[in-house]
Design a protein around this ligand. Structure first.
Ligand SMILES: [Ca+2]
Ligand SMILES: [Ca+2]
Ligand SMILES: [Ca+2]
Length: 822
C-alpha cells in the first residue's frame, strides 16, 4: 500500500467515525446515533384518548424513552384531554436529512409545519407557518416538548447559566385566568371543576431563557436546548395533573409567517454506550422438572458471550457454581439481539442467580412450591378492593368508602369520553337525567377508573364462574356483607370468596336488566372533571341527588340534594348482542348460585329467559348477514382456511370448555384442531425469542397472552399427548419476568422476587400498586421499541390492570397450579 493510500484510508476512517457520532436518518425513519434515537411522529396523537404521552417528537435516550410530546400545542402544560394536533402529512427528506410533519387543529382551522433536521450531533426543530397563528390562539399556541418526570426529577439544570434542580414534587406557581381564554378541550368537556369561579388554573414557568441544559449531573439524560429566536419556558405539568411531565415550550409569535421558532436540541451521548444486557427469567422461580431458559436481550453493538452461569446461594450464605452452559443464538428481534441460556438440567431445589458477563440477576427459587400462591394476591386483595358500592377495609387501612350513594341517572344524548356514548333515544322508560333506581349495588370498578363497564363485568362473572366450576376454590379470606355494604380483607366469614364475588357481580348485572329493561353499555361518570379521580372512590360524587333547581355547590335544606351535577350516568342504548351475553352469564350464574343465594339465582334465571327471548326477536328483525368470520374460523379448525387466530383460540377454548359436558366421541373429534393448535404454539418460537404472542397495539398484549396461556393449559389438560406439559410454562415465564425491556414480574404476585413496583391502579398518584394486579406489559412504540416503565405508573397501555384481565389471570393461574401441583 502506498503512503498516499494509507493517508486516504485514515482520512476516510476519521470521516466515518465523526459521521457515526452524528445523528443519522436511518432506514426506520428516525435519527440515530449510538445511545440516542430521535423519533419524529413515528407515533402520532390518538383521537380516542387524546394526549397519551406517547406521541410527537420523542427521544429514546440510552434505551429509555424520556422525551415525547414534541409538537405545536395549545397549552403551557397539556393534559390528556387537551386538544392534540392531527398529523395531516409526514415527509421524510433524505437529501436534507430532515422529517417534516404538517399538523392541524380542526377546532381552530390552524395549520403548522414542524421540520426536524439533523445538524451534526443535534437536531434543529423549526416551526413554519403559512398563515399567522389564529387570533384566538395567540399567546397560547407554542412549540412544546415534554420530559419524563421520574427520569428528570432531582437532576440539576442550567438556564442561561443559572442553576436549578428539577423538583421531586410539583410546587411551582400558578395563576387563574377566565375560562373564555382557555383553549377548547376534548369534545368541549372540561378537566377541571372551577367551583363557580369562572376561571381555570394556568401554571407559571419555573425558568425562562434562551439556553437550557437539563440533567447536567447525569450524562445519560443530559440534553442541551437553545433558541436564538424564541424564549424557552420550563414548566411543571404536574401542577395540573399528576400524570403531567416537565414541559419546555416557546410561544409562537403573533402575526408572523415563515420559520417562526427554531430550537437546537442536542441529546448527549455517552461515547460507545452499550445497553446493559437484560436477562429475562421467571421471578417466581421454577419447579425442578420444568424447562428453564433465560432469554438475554443484547444491544446490537454488544458482542455476545459464549457462556453464562447459574450460581447457587447456599444456606450458609456462600455461593457455588451450579451450572455453566453455552448460549444459543436466537437472533435479532426489532432493535435488540437475543441469546438463550438453558439451565433446565439444574433440578436441585435452592436459591439461584444467573450471571452473564458482568451482569448478575437477583436471586430466585427452584422449588416444587413456587406456583402455589400465584393467585392469592389477586383473589384476596386486588379483586375485593375493586368491589363497587361497598366500604372496603384492610387492617388499619380503608381502601375506599361506599361510592355513588346517590345512584345513577339516565344518561342524556352524549358523544362521551372513555369511548362511551348515548344515542338520541334512551331506549328506556326514563327521561334524560331521571334517577334509575337501585343501580348502586354490586359490580366491580373497571380498571384504574371507577365505572362499571357492563361487558367487562359480564366477563368477570364468567371468569369467576369458570374458575368455580372447574376448581371449586374454597378459599375464604374475605368478609363480604351485602347488608352492611362492607368488605374486609383477610377476615374469613365462612363463605367461599369466589361465590361472594360472583354474587356481587350478578347483583349489579341483574339489577340493570330489571331496572333498565336491558343491559347498559356502562355506568360511568357524567363529567370529565371527576372521571380522572385519584383517591377514595366514595368521594368522586357528593353522595347527594342532583337537583337542577339548586345552584351548583348548593345543598338542599334537608341535606339530601345538591346542585352539583356530579351524579353518575347509566348509558342505556340497547345492544341485543350484549343482552345475549348477559343472558348466557345469568343462566350459568343461576346454576352456581342455586343453594347459595336462591333468590338471586331466581332473579338471574328470570332475566336470562326474558333477555334471550327479546334479544333474539330484536336481532331477527335486523338484515340477515352471514357471519363470514365464524365460517373462516371453522375452516381453520378443519384445516381448510386461515381464519383469525384470536377467534380460533376463542372457539377452541369454547370447545375445550364443553368437553366435561359432552361424550368421549366429541373429545376425539377435537383432536385434529388441537394438533393444529400445537403447531401454532410452536410457531411463536420462530416469531420472537419469547415464544408467546406479543402484541404491537396501543394497549400492550397481556389479554392475548393470557388467552393463549389459558388455551394452552386446557389443551394440555385434555390432550397431554398432543400438548405436552413443558408448553404450559411459556406464558408464566413471560408474565413473571422473561420478556423484553426489563425482567420484573408483570404481576404484583405472591412469590415473585422482583415484581414491578408501580402500576396504573387507582392509587397511581402514590407511585404504588394494588397487590395482585397484572400489567398490560410491553407497550410497543413504532417503529422498534418495547417499553414498560417501572418508575412511572401513568401510561395505562403498559401499566393498567383491568377487572376482566385480572380475573382472566385467576383462571390462568388456577389452571397452571392445578397442572403443576395436582
Ligand atoms: Ca373505564
Ligand atoms: Ca369469604
Ligand atoms: Ca351527587
Amino acid at each position: 500500500m502506498t503512503k498516499k493510500h494509507s493517508l486516504l484510508l485514515i482520512f476516510w476512517a476519521a470521516v466515518t467515525t465523526s459521521m457515526a457520532q452524528n445523528l443519522q436518518l436511518n432506514d426506520l425513519e428516525y435519527f440515530e446515533r449510538q445511545g440516542v434515537n430521535v423519533l419524529v411522529f413515528s407515533n402520532s396523537f390518538n383521537g380516542g384518548f387524546n394526549d397519551e404521552k406517547n406521541s410527537g417528537i420523542e427521544i429514546i435516550h440510552h434505551g429509555v424513552r424520556t422525551v415525547q410530546g414534541g409538537a405545536v400545542r395549545l397549552n403551557n402544560t397539556p393534559e390528556q384531554w387537551d386538544l392534540v394536533p392531527k398529523m395531516t402529512n409526514r415527509k421524510v427528506n433524505r437529501e436534507n436529512s430532515s422529517i417534516e410533519v404538517s399538523l392541524r387543529y380542526d377546532d381552530y382551522d390552524f395549520d403548522s409545519r414542524v421540520v426536524v433536521t439533523a445538524k451534526g450531533k443535534a437536531v434543529e426543530i423549526a416551526v413554519w407557518l403559512d398563515k399567522p397563528v389564529p387570533e384566538k390562539l395567540t399567546g397560547e399556541a407554542g412549540l412544546n416538548i415534554e420530559f419524563l418526570p421520574s427520569q428528570y426529577w432531582l437532576k440539576t439544570f442550567t438556564m442561561d447559566g443559572r442553576l436549578g434542580r428539577l423538583p421531586r414534587y410539583a410546587t411551582s406557581q400558578t395563576i387563574t385566568r377566565p375560562n373564555s381564554e382557555k383553549p377548547r378541550q376534548f369534545k368541549g368537556f372540561k378537566t377541571y371543576d372551577d367551583r363557580g369561579t369562572g376561571c381555570f388554573v394556568d401554571p407559571l414557568p419555573i425558568e425562562t431563557g434562551h439556553e437550557i441544559i437539563v440533567a447536567t449531573d447525569a450524562p445519560e439524560r443530559m440534553i442541551r436546548i437553545s433558541s436564538d429566536d424564541a424564549e424557552l419556558k420550563l414548566y411543571d405539568g404536574r401542577m395540573l395533573a399528576q400524570n403531567g411531565w416537565f414541559v419546555l415550550r416557546s410561544v409562537l409569535p403573533k402575526g408572523k409567517t415563515g420559520k417562526v421558532v427554531t430550537w437546537m436540541v442536542e441529546p448527549h451521548a455517552i461515547p460507545n454506550w452499550i445497553r446493559e444486557p437484560n436477562i429475562g427469567f421467571s421471578q417466581i422461580g421454577y419447579i425442578p422438572e420444568q424447562p428453564k431458559v433465560a432469554v438475554i436481550e443484547l444491544d446490537k453493538h454488544d458482542t455476545p458471550q459464549a457462556t453464562a452461569t447459574l450460581m447457587r446461594i447456599k444456606t450458609d450464605g456462600t455461593t457455588e457454581l451450579a451450572f455453566k452452559g453455552e448460549l444459543k443464538e436466537w437472533g435479532p428481534y426489532f432493535k435488540y439481539n437475543y441469546v438463550k441460556f438453558d439451565f433446565s438440567s439444574v433440578k436441585q431445589p435452592g436459591v439461584y442467580y444467573i450471571q452473564y458477563g458482568q451482569t448478575k440477576t437477583n436471586d430466585f427459587l427452584i422449588d416444587e412450591h413456587v406456583y402455589d400462591k400465584i393467585t392469592d394476591a389477586t383473589t384476596d386483595v386486588w379483586v375485593p378492593i375493586h368491589m363497587n358500592h361497598m366500604y372496603v377495609t384492610e387492617g388499619y387501612r380503608t381502601w375506599h368508602g361506599e361510592p355513588f350513594k346517590e345512584g345513577y341517572l339516565q344518561a342524556p344524548e352524549s358523544d362521551h369520553f372513555d369511548l362511551h356514548s348515548q344515542g338520541a333515544s334512551t331506549d328506556t322508560k326514563y327521561k334524560p337525567l331521571e334517577l334509575i333506581p337501585g343501580l348502586n349495588v354490586g359490580g366491580f370498578f373497571d380498571a384504574g377508573d371507577f365505572d362499571i363497564e357492563t361487558s367487562s363485568n359480564i366477563n368477570v362473572v364468567q371468569n369467576f364462574i369458570r374458575t368455580w366450576e372447574l376448581f371449586h376454590p374454597q378459599r375464604d379470606e374475605t368478609f363480604v356483607s351485602q347488608e352492611q355494604r362492607y368488605v374486609e380483607l383477610h377476615r374469613p366469614d365462612g363463605k367461599p370468596d369466589i361465590l361472594q364475588f360472583i354474587e356481587h357481580g350478578v347483583l349489579n348485572l341483574v339489577t340493570q336488566a330489571e331496572q333498565i329493561g336491558h343491559m347498559s353499555q356502562t355506568l360511568s361518570n357524567s363529567v370529565l372533571d371527576n372521571y380522572h379521580h385519584l383517591g377514595d372512590a366514595a368521594s368522586i360524587t357528593d353522595g347527594l341527588h342532583y337537583d337542577p333547581s339548586l345552584k351548583p355547590y348548593e345543598v338542599s335544606a334537608d341535606g339530601k340534594r345538591s346542585g352539583t351535577p356530579d351524579d353518575m350516568w347509566a348509558f342505556t342504548t340497547r345492544n341485543p348482542r350484549l343482552d345475549l351475553q348477559a343472558a348466557g352469564v345469568f343462566t350459568s350464574a343461576a346454576r352456581v348460585l342455586r343453594g347459595y343465594n336462591d333468590e338471586l339465582a331466581d332473579r338471574a334465571q328470570k332475566q336470562a329467559d326474558r333477555l334471550r327471548k327479546e334479544a333474539n326477536e330484536l336481532l331477527s328483525k335486523r338484515p340477515n348477514h352471514r357471519d363470514r368470520q365464524a365460517e373462516a374460523d371453522n375452516d381453520w379448525l378443519t384445516g381448510t382456511g386461515d381464519g383469525n387466530y384470536r377467534n380460533v383460540a376463542r372457539n377452541l377454548q369454547v370447545m375445550l370448555d364443553s368437553i366435561p359436558m359432552k361424550d368421549a366421541a366429541y373429545k376425539e373429534q377435537l383432536r385434529p384442531a388441537v394438533r393444529k393448535y400445537a403447531e401454532y404454539i410452536k410457531s411463536f418460537d420462530r416469531q420472537n425469542p419469547y415464544g408467546v404472542p406479543i402484541g404491537l397495539g396501543n394497549w400492550a398484549g397481556v389479554n392475548a397472552v393470557l388467552n393463549f396461556g389459558i388455551t394452552v393449559n386446557y389443551a394440555h389438560i385434555y390432550f397431554p399427548d398432543i400438548v405436552p406439559k413443558e408448553e404450559v410454562y411459556r406464558v408464566a415465564n413471560w408474565l413473571y419476568g422473561c420478556h423484553p425491556y426489563h425482567n420484573y414480574s408483570f404481576v404484583a404476585v405472591v412469590g415473585a422476587a422482583r415484581p414491578k413496583q408501580v402500576f396504573y391502579g387507582n392509587n397511581r398518584a402514590d407511585f404504588s400498586f394494588i397487590p395482585g394486579n397484572v400489567a398490560p406489559g410491553l407497550l410497543f412504540r413504532k417503529p422498534d421499541h418495547f417499553e414498560n416503565y417501572d418508575d412511572w405508573p401513568f401510561l395505562w397501555g403498559q401499566n393498567e390492570g383491568t377487572i376482566a384481565g385480572n380475573t382472566q389471570y385467576i383462571i390462568f393461574g388456577s389452571a397452571l397450579k392445578n397442572i403443576v401441583t395436582p
